[in-house]
Design a protein around this ligand. Structure first.
Ligand code: SF4
Ligand code: F3S
Length: 103
């Protein structure tokens, strides 16, 4: 599962699609954690899509991740500022790739 302490344990290595990325990254095989309030571990995500389908406020956007070993599509939390902390995405992800920190 995603490390809920990623902000302490990882380094912010920049942004993609307006979303913070937490390393290490070594594309295309290693893509890090994307997002902060709503965080998706790209190295765990299998592109299931339940999070995107169930989010009531459309936080997620599909992105292509060609040649990543787990899946060639992932969800970017492009609208994480809209998150209402319902935790649905956390509950439905089959591989526990998402952390939402209500803070
Ligand atoms: Fe969407 Fe709820 Fe997940 Fe926030 S916690 S991203 S509102 S499904
Ligand atoms: Fe990925 Fe889990 Fe969503 S596998 S697409 S984060 S439901």
């Amino acid at each position: 599962p995603i490390d809920p302490q990623f902000e302490q344990n990882r380094e912010n290595v920049g942004q993609e699609n307006g979303v913070d990325v937490w390393g290490p990254v070594d594309p295309p095989e290693e893509l890090g954690i994307h997002g902060t309030h709503v965080a998706v571990d790209y190295d765990i995500c299998i592109g299931d899509g339940a999070c995107l389908e169930d989010c009531p406020v459309d936080v997620f956007t599909w992105v292509d991740t060609p040649d990543h070993p787990e899946s060639e599509i992932k969800v970017e939390p492009t609208h994480e500022a809209q998150c209402i902390d319902c935790m649905l995405c956390v509950d439905v992800c089959p591989v526990d790739a998402i952390d939402v920190d209500p803070g």
